[in-house]
Design a protein around this ligand. Structure first.
Ligand code: GLN
Length: 201
C-alpha cells in the first residue's frame, strides 16, 4: 500500500498514476493513515504550507519515523524540498527531513523561467527520454557523495545555461526525489520505479 501525503498539492494526480499502475494507494491526512503503508509520496505544492500542515496534522514525527525506518519515500518538487538536507530561500522555520543529502534552492530557476519542460535521459528508465514538467522547481546546488543522480538537466529553462547539468532525479537508499512532476504526464515509469523500490525496501 502506497500512501500519498494529502495535506496540500497535487495529491489526486499521484493517486491517479498509482491507480493506473494497479498499485493500491491511499491519501494520508493523519498519522493513522500511515498504518500498513510501505511507500509514501510527498507531492508537489508549497513546501512552506506543507511544512505547517505536517506540524498541525501531527504527521511530522511519524513521517520522520518512517524515513528512519527505511520505508521508501518519493518527493516531487515541494516534496523534494521537504526531503532535502539543506534548503535555501525557504522560510527560516520551514521543516525538512534531511532524508537525502542534497542542498536545494527553493524556486531556484527564478521567476521568469519558473516553469518549463524538457526531455531527460534517464539510464535507469531506459528509452525513450522522459518528458519532464518543471513548475517553480527547486534547483539542486549540491548532491552529496552518497546520492545517486539518476537524471540531470540537459539545458536550463528555454535553452539557457542556468541550471544546466543540475541533478533533477536523485536517489539515496530508500529516498527518491524529483524536482519535476512525473504525476503530470502520462509516462508512468518514475512511479513504477518507485513502486519497485517500495516492494524491495
Ligand atoms: N516552489 C514550491 C515550493 O517551494 C514548489 C513548487 C511545486 O511543488 N510545484 O514549495
Amino acid at each position: 500500500m502506497i500512501g500519498v501525503l494529502a495535506l496540500q498539492g497535487d495529491v489526486r494526480e499521484h493517486l491517479r498514476v498509482l491507480e493506473h499502475l494497479g498499485e493500491p494507494a491511499r491519501p494520508v491526512l493523519e498519522p493513522a493513515d500511515l498504518a500498513g503503508v510501505n511507500g509514501l509520496v510527498l507531492p508537489g505544492g508549497e513546501s512552506t504550507t506543507l511544512s505547517l500542515l505536517l506540524s498541525s496534522s501531527g504527521l511530522l514525527g511519524p513521517v520522520g519515523d518512517l524515513l528512519d525506518a527505511g520505508t521508501a519515500v518519493f518527493g516531487t518538487c515541494a516534496g523534494m524540498i521537504l526531503l532535502a538536507g539543506e534548503v535555501s530561500d525557504g522560510r527560516p522555520d520551514q521543516a525538512h527531513f534531511g532524508g537525502i543529502d542534497l542542498e536545494v534552492r527553493r524556486n531556484g530557476f527564478g521567476s521568469q523561467a519558473a516553469s518549463f519542460e524538457c526531455d531527460l535521459e534517464v539510464d535507469a528508465l531506459g528509452s525513450p527520454p522522459l518528458h519532464a514538467v518543471f513548475i517553480r522547481a527547486p534547483l539542486v546546488e549540491r548532491a552529496g557523495a552518497g546520492v545517486d543522480v539518476l537524471a540531470r538537466l540537459p539545458l536550463g529553462p528555454s535553452g539557457s545555461v542556468a541550471g544546466t547539468g543540475s541533478p533533477v532525479l536523485c536517489r539515496q537508499g530508500s529516498v527518491l526525489v524529483s524536482s519535476f512532476h512525473p504525476e503530470l504526464t502520462t509516462d508512468t515509469r518514475v512511479h513504477r520505479y518507485f513502486v519497485e523500490m517500495a516492494k524491495g525496501a
